[in-house]
Design a protein around this ligand. Structure first.
Ligand code: 4NP
Length: 156
Protein backbone atom coordinates (compact mmCIF):
# COMPACT_ATOMS: atom_id res chain seq x y z
CA UNK A 1 0.00 0.00 0.00
CA UNK A 2 1.40 3.37 -1.07
CA UNK A 3 -0.02 6.42 0.70
CA UNK A 4 0.61 10.06 -0.16
CA UNK A 5 -0.48 12.77 2.30
CA UNK A 6 -0.99 16.23 0.83
CA UNK A 7 -1.45 19.75 2.21
CA UNK A 8 -0.78 23.21 0.75
CA UNK A 9 2.85 23.91 1.65
CA UNK A 10 4.14 20.45 2.69
CA UNK A 11 5.85 22.11 5.66
CA UNK A 12 3.21 22.01 8.46
CA UNK A 13 0.50 19.33 8.26
CA UNK A 14 1.49 16.64 5.74
CA UNK A 15 5.06 16.25 7.11
CA UNK A 16 3.52 15.51 10.53
CA UNK A 17 1.46 12.74 8.91
CA UNK A 18 4.48 11.38 7.03
CA UNK A 19 6.58 11.37 10.22
CA UNK A 20 3.88 9.76 12.37
CA UNK A 21 3.02 7.09 9.78
CA UNK A 22 6.72 6.24 9.38
CA UNK A 23 7.02 6.12 13.19
CA UNK A 24 4.05 3.71 13.43
CA UNK A 25 5.39 1.65 10.52
CA UNK A 26 8.64 1.15 12.43
CA UNK A 27 7.01 0.62 15.84
CA UNK A 28 4.64 -2.06 14.54
CA UNK A 29 7.02 -3.43 11.88
CA UNK A 30 4.47 -2.87 9.13
CA UNK A 31 5.51 -4.26 5.79
CA UNK A 32 4.46 -3.30 2.27
CA UNK A 33 3.71 0.23 3.37
CA UNK A 34 5.13 3.22 1.49
CA UNK A 35 4.53 6.71 2.89
CA UNK A 36 5.24 10.09 1.31
CA UNK A 37 3.93 13.65 1.52
CA UNK A 38 3.64 16.60 -0.85
CA UNK A 39 2.19 20.10 -1.18
CA UNK A 40 -0.19 21.31 -3.87
CA UNK A 41 1.82 24.56 -3.99
CA UNK A 42 5.44 25.00 -4.95
CA UNK A 43 6.02 27.66 -2.26
CA UNK A 44 8.42 25.65 -0.11
CA UNK A 45 10.05 23.10 -2.43
CA UNK A 46 13.13 21.45 -0.87
CA UNK A 47 12.58 23.17 2.49
CA UNK A 48 12.56 21.30 5.80
CA UNK A 49 9.27 21.41 7.73
CA UNK A 50 8.37 24.65 9.52
CA UNK A 51 10.45 24.98 12.69
CA UNK A 52 7.32 25.13 14.86
CA UNK A 53 6.17 21.83 13.31
CA UNK A 54 9.57 20.23 13.94
CA UNK A 55 9.75 21.40 17.57
CA UNK A 56 6.21 20.28 18.39
CA UNK A 57 6.67 16.81 16.86
CA UNK A 58 9.99 16.40 18.70
CA UNK A 59 8.12 16.83 22.01
CA UNK A 60 6.29 13.62 21.06
CA UNK A 61 9.42 11.79 19.92
CA UNK A 62 8.82 12.19 16.19
CA UNK A 63 11.77 13.60 14.21
CA UNK A 64 10.75 15.50 11.07
CA UNK A 65 14.11 17.18 10.44
CA UNK A 66 15.19 14.99 7.48
CA UNK A 67 11.96 15.62 5.52
CA UNK A 68 11.98 17.99 2.52
CA UNK A 69 9.02 19.59 0.81
CA UNK A 70 8.02 18.64 -2.70
CA UNK A 71 5.14 19.60 -4.93
CA UNK A 72 2.34 17.19 -5.83
CA UNK A 73 2.89 15.86 -9.33
CA UNK A 74 0.15 14.38 -11.57
CA UNK A 75 2.29 11.21 -11.86
CA UNK A 76 1.46 10.70 -8.16
CA UNK A 77 -2.03 9.64 -9.25
CA UNK A 78 -0.55 6.48 -10.77
CA UNK A 79 2.24 6.03 -8.23
CA UNK A 80 0.06 5.98 -5.08
CA UNK A 81 -2.94 3.87 -4.02
CA UNK A 82 -4.34 6.48 -1.68
CA UNK A 83 -3.95 10.28 -1.78
CA UNK A 84 -5.09 12.01 1.41
CA UNK A 85 -5.68 15.76 1.59
CA UNK A 86 -5.79 17.65 4.87
CA UNK A 87 -8.67 19.94 3.90
CA UNK A 88 -11.26 20.47 1.18
CA UNK A 89 -9.11 22.94 -0.76
CA UNK A 90 -6.29 20.38 -0.92
CA UNK A 91 -8.79 17.84 -2.34
CA UNK A 92 -10.09 20.36 -4.88
CA UNK A 93 -6.57 21.33 -5.97
CA UNK A 94 -5.48 17.70 -6.33
CA UNK A 95 -8.57 16.66 -8.30
CA UNK A 96 -8.17 19.64 -10.65
CA UNK A 97 -4.93 18.05 -11.91
CA UNK A 98 -6.65 15.01 -13.45
CA UNK A 99 -10.00 14.45 -15.17
CA UNK A 100 -9.95 10.68 -14.58
CA UNK A 101 -12.53 9.13 -12.19
CA UNK A 102 -9.99 6.37 -11.40
CA UNK A 103 -7.67 9.07 -10.06
CA UNK A 104 -10.39 10.95 -8.17
CA UNK A 105 -11.41 7.71 -6.43
CA UNK A 106 -8.00 7.60 -4.74
CA UNK A 107 -8.40 11.09 -3.20
CA UNK A 108 -9.91 11.39 0.29
CA UNK A 109 -9.72 13.55 3.38
CA UNK A 110 -7.02 12.37 5.79
CA UNK A 111 -9.51 12.35 8.72
CA UNK A 112 -12.14 10.25 6.87
CA UNK A 113 -10.85 7.13 8.65
CA UNK A 114 -11.10 8.67 12.13
CA UNK A 115 -14.35 10.54 11.46
CA UNK A 116 -16.21 8.74 8.65
CA UNK A 117 -18.70 10.85 6.68
CA UNK A 118 -18.05 13.99 8.76
CA UNK A 119 -15.80 15.82 6.30
CA UNK A 120 -13.47 16.84 9.15
CA UNK A 121 -10.33 18.72 8.20
CA UNK A 122 -6.90 19.22 9.76
CA UNK A 123 -6.80 23.04 10.06
CA UNK A 124 -3.84 24.93 8.63
CA UNK A 125 -1.71 26.12 11.60
CA UNK A 126 0.62 28.32 9.51
CA UNK A 127 -0.75 31.63 10.84
CA UNK A 128 -1.63 30.12 14.22
CA UNK A 129 -0.07 29.61 17.64
CA UNK A 130 1.79 26.80 19.39
CA UNK A 131 -1.58 25.42 20.48
CA UNK A 132 -2.62 25.03 16.84
CA UNK A 133 0.51 23.00 16.05
CA UNK A 134 -0.25 20.72 19.00
CA UNK A 135 -3.85 20.32 17.79
CA UNK A 136 -2.51 19.29 14.35
CA UNK A 137 -0.23 16.71 15.98
CA UNK A 138 -3.04 15.18 18.06
CA UNK A 139 -5.50 15.05 15.13
CA UNK A 140 -2.87 13.54 12.85
CA UNK A 141 -1.72 11.03 15.49
CA UNK A 142 -5.26 9.75 16.06
CA UNK A 143 -6.04 9.97 12.34
CA UNK A 144 -2.94 7.96 11.44
CA UNK A 145 -3.85 5.13 13.81
CA UNK A 146 -7.43 5.07 12.47
CA UNK A 147 -6.11 5.10 8.90
CA UNK A 148 -3.76 2.15 9.38
CA UNK A 149 -6.34 0.16 11.33
CA UNK A 150 -8.94 0.97 8.66
CA UNK A 151 -6.60 -0.31 5.95
CA UNK A 152 -6.25 -3.60 7.81
CA UNK A 153 -2.89 -3.11 9.49
CA UNK A 154 -3.06 -4.39 13.02
CA UNK A 155 -1.58 -1.88 15.49
CA UNK A 156 -2.47 -3.94 18.58
P1 4NP B 1 0.75 23.40 5.30
O1 4NP B 1 0.76 24.90 5.89
O2 4NP B 1 -0.14 23.43 4.07
O3 4NP B 1 0.16 22.61 6.41
O4 4NP B 1 2.18 23.06 4.98
C1 4NP B 1 1.11 26.00 5.11
C2 4NP B 1 2.42 26.31 4.92
C3 4NP B 1 2.78 27.41 4.18
C4 4NP B 1 1.80 28.21 3.63
C5 4NP B 1 0.46 27.90 3.82
C6 4NP B 1 0.12 26.78 4.57
N1 4NP B 1 2.16 29.35 2.89
O5 4NP B 1 1.26 30.10 2.47
O6 4NP B 1 3.37 29.59 2.66
Amino acid sequence: MKILVVCLGNICRSPVAEGILLHLKEQYQLENLVIDSAGTSGYHINEAPDNRTIQNALKHGVNLKPLRARQFNPSDFDEFDLILGMDESNIKNIKSLSPLPAHHKKVKLFLDYLYPNENKIVPDPYYGTEKDFEEVFQLVWNGSKALLNGLGYSLK
